[in-house]
Design a protein around this ligand. Structure first.
Ligand code: ITT
Length: 191
């Protein structure tokens, strides 16, 4: 746990409690805010995040961040990608396993982009390579966790606790970059 103390809480604007819990494992001083914002449809997650920040920055008068993520399956040409949420809500993990039935190439990546706003926008990205499992396994986490096995592991994200998932995951990597940036800011302010 990296316990940064900025003297005030940074808002994490998200409707997804699972994302919040993962961020909170790495950064103590955050507060979840469930404020709706428009998500444009784009292959480029940074574009989605920057658009969201532009919308939110007039409404929130304190430093905040948002995060956008997606699952990109190689043999499906990157599907569901920017449609990850829609596909999850419609057909879930079972739908993905159905699409991948009889498929030998199971390679997939998860991408995460964090956008932080404090007078200006800063973007942090994380990628996790892995594969789609044959069966759903595990009960932890959220979303596609039961069907995603990260590289260098033999269990799905849903079989890991938050700390272990953060060590492998797209969001864990993006969060580490974000934390490093914040720590540098503090140093910069100190001297
Ligand atoms: P926000 O309010 O923060 O936007 P969201 O759940 O709507 O939360 P996204 O728009 O980023 O999140 O949608 C990403 C979709 O991909 C969503 O259905 C998630 O369940 C899934 N997803 C993202 N990260 C994941 C992870 O680490 N493990 C499993 N599924 C994930």
């Amino acid at each position: 746990m990296i316990g940064l103390d900025y003297g005030h809480k940074i808002f994490f604007v998200t409707s997804n409690n699972g994302k919040y819990v993962e961020a909170n494992q790495k950064i103590k001083n955050i507060e979840q805010k469930n404020i709706d914002y428009p998500e444009i449809r784009s292959e480029n997650l940074s574009e989605i995040v920057v658009y969201g920040i532009e919308f939110l920055k007039e409404k929130i008068r304190k430093p905040f961040f948002i995060e956008d993520s997606g699952l990109f399956i190689e043999v499906l040409n990157g599907f569901p990608g920017p449609y990850s949420k829609y596909v999850y809500n419609k057909v879930g993990c079972k739908g993905i396993l159905k699409l991948m039935r009889n498929e030998k190439n199971r390679a997939a990546i998860f991408k995460s982009v964090i956008g932080y706003y404090d007078k200006k926008i800063k973007v942090f990205e994380g990628i996790c390579e892995g594969e789609i499992s044959i069966r759903m396994k595990g009960k932890s986490g959220f979303g596609y966790d039961p069907v995603f096995i990260p590289k260098n592991s033999n269990k799905t994200f849903a079989k890991m606790d938050i700390q272990e998932k953060n060590m492998y995951s797209h969001r864990g990597t993006a969060l580490t970059k974000f934390v490093n940036f914040m720590e540098k800011q503090r140093l910069f302010l100190k001297y």
